[in-house]
Structures are given as structure tokens and as C-alpha cells.
Ligand binder design. Structure first.
Ligand SMILES: [Ca+2]
Length: 312
């Protein structure tokens, strides 16, 4: 409140002075002060909003964003740069998101599978809006295809996929220029170059002849109730989850959660990343998250940076 009052007083004072009354130096100083107060006010409002959300009972099982208050932050990377360094639930633009501030910080999490508590064989409408529990530390969720479109339409984003098997091994895959089109274009997926340790299952480029039917590049989203794939049947129905299927896939992270890895089924319907564990192994953990491709990692936040502190 004090900040807000200060901001109003300074703004009113600056407006009341004509150019002749005030030297440009004083004006610049006031404008600078106004900018600072505005930014402090925004931070306090956001902090307050987070506290309110945390204190709200019955806030679980709701990945659907709270639209009552907008934030000026475009994504979690802007929050991170503005000083919010703890992972958790934040407000960006018109949606609420889980921000992962590890691995260099600034990641907007779009999917989390860790224990099988949420069903991912959901309808078109549910994938459109998002579902699951984004608030809890161990919650599983899908951020929502409309939200994916809104975030990725803002610029160039990298997608990072963190995977873990039931033996505790971890791999990752990162793709530049990850974009999701709007609903009119059936949330069509596009992505760029791959780097990582899990293999490039998204493009199916790992094997000659596979990418024709396994590449998810340019594929539309499908659900059991809306078939937009290239297969004569419905991949989403067979593989029991909404995804960007081709005919059908070499990567499907919204599949059935099998509690022990190896599985047998009539189709490859597990949480599959073919280039790492094949079609008949369903992964324990899948986390998908976005960050602007040109995000600059602060050396002090870089987990790979050399520790220069003197030995004790
Ligand atoms: Ca089909």
C-alpha cells in the first residue's frame, strides 16, 4: 500500500509540472523512481497473489488457470529474471503455471508424470483447457493446449524433456523452436534441432524409413474423441492418451502409466521414448518444460558451472 501511495504521489506530481517548471534531469529522476516503484509494486502484488493461492483451501485438482487477475510476465523465465528464484506456482499473463527454477531456472512446466495419479486418456476439451494437479509438489498435469499455443506464440521457445526410468537412470531431450498452433489448426506441432542424451524420438530420425510414419513434426493433436492423425484407425484411442500422433509414434509421453517399466499390451500405449528404452518400456518420470531459446543463464545459477569457492 505504501508503495502504491508513493507511486500515485510521484505520478501526480510529475504530471502537474509543465516542461518549463522542471529541468529534464529532475524529470528523468522522477521517471526512474516511478519505474522502480512500479516494478516493486508488481512484485509485491505477485507475491501477495501467490500467498492467497497457497492459502486457498480446495485449490487442488485444478490445473485450469485462475483468470481473475492478470500478470505482466510472459513466462517463468521473466519471473526468474525478476528475482523469483524458487520453484512453485506463479501467475503469468492470463494463466497460472508451475515454474521450475532449477537447471538454470526460468522453465515453464507444461507436463508432469511422476506416479500415475492422473489419468491422461482425456477428451479434446480436457486437453484444450488442461487438467490435473499443478499445485502439489507431486501433482501430475497437462498445462492445456490453448496455453501451449499462447506461450509459444510469444517467441522462440526450447522444449526440454526430462525422463527417468525405474532404475533411477535419467536422460533428456531438448528441441529448439517448439511451437504449438491454435485450435483452428488442431494444435499442430513444430520443432527444430535436437540435442540431448535420450535420442531424437520426436522426429523419428534415428532410423532410415521410420521418420515417414514416426516423425511428429507438423502433426496435429489427437484425442480419443478427435482423430487428426495419419493412421487409418485412431492412434489416441489405441495408445490411450492425447498427443501429436503420426502413424502412430516413436515418442508418446501422455500414454498409460505402468508402475514397473516393462509392460505388455496390444499396442505400444505406455509412456514411451523409443530411442532410449524402446516401445515396451514405460518410463517412471516425464517432465516437459519450456524456456525462451535465447535465455541467458546467470553463471551463479548454472548447475554445470565450475565452483570457484576456495576449499575449506
Ligand atoms: Ca486416423
Amino acid at each position: 500500500m505504501q508503495l502504491l501511495t508513493g507511486l500515485i504521489v510521484i505520478t501526480a506530481y510529475a504530471q502537474s509540472l509543465s516542461a518549463s517548471d522542471i529541468c529534464s534531469e529532475e524529470l528523468a529522476r522522477l521517471q526512474e523512481q516511478e519505474k522502480l516503484l512500479k516494478s516493486q509494486l508488481q512484485k509485491q502484488e505477485l507475491f501477495l497473489h501467490r500467498l492467497q493461492l497457497l492459502n486457498q483451501p480446495g485449490n487442488k485438482n485444478k490445473a485450469k488457470p485462475d483468470q481473475t487477475q492478470d500478470s505482466q510476465y510472459a513466462d517463468c523465465s521473466q519471473l526468474f529474471t525478476s528475482g523469483f528464484k524458487s520453484s512453485g506456482f506463479y501467475k503469468i499473463k492470463t494463466m497460472s503455471v508451475y515454474c521450475d527454477m532449477s537447471e538454470g531456472g526460468g522453465w515453464t512446466v507444461i507436463q508432469r508424470r511422476i506416479n500415475g495419479t492422473e489419468a491422461f486418456n482425456r477428451s479434446w476439451a480436457e486437453y484444450k483447457d488442461g487438467f490435473g494437479d499443478m499445485n502439489a509438489e507431486l501433482g501430475e498435469f497437462w498445462l492445456g493446449n490453448d496455453n501451449l499455443h499462447h506461450i509459444t506464440a510469444q517467441g522462440n521457445y526450447s522444449l526440454r524433456i526430462n525422463l527417468e526410468d525405474f532404475d533411477g537412470n535419467q536422460r533428456y531431450a531438448e528441441y529448439k523452436n517448439f511451437k504449438v498452433a491454435d485450435e483452428k489448426d488442431r494444435y499442430r506441432l513444430t520443432f527444430g534441432d535436437y540435442v540431448g542424451t535420450a535420442g531424437d524420438a520426436l522426429s523419428g530420425g534415428h532410423q532410415v524409413g521410420v521418420s515417414d510414419w514416426a516423425s511428429l513434426h507438423g502433426m496435429k493433436f489427437s484425442t480419443y474423441d478427435q482423430d487428426n492423425d495419419n493412421y487409418e484407425q485412431n492412434c489416441a484411442q489405441e495408445d490411450k492418451g492425447g498427443w501429436w500422433f503420426n502413424k502412430c509414434h516413436a515418442a508418446h509421453l501422455n500414454g498409460v502409466y505402468y508402475p514397473s517399466g516393462h509392460y505388455s499390451a496390444s499396442t505400444d500405449d505406455g509412456i514411451v521414448w523409443y530411442t532410449w528404452r524402446g516401445w515396451w518400456y514405460s518410463l517412471k518420470t516425464s517432465i516437459m518444460k519450456l524456456r525462451p531459446t535465447d535465455f541467458k543463464i546467470d553463471p551463479s545459477d548454472d548447475p554445470n558451472a565450475v565452483n570457484h569457492s576456495p576449499p575449506s
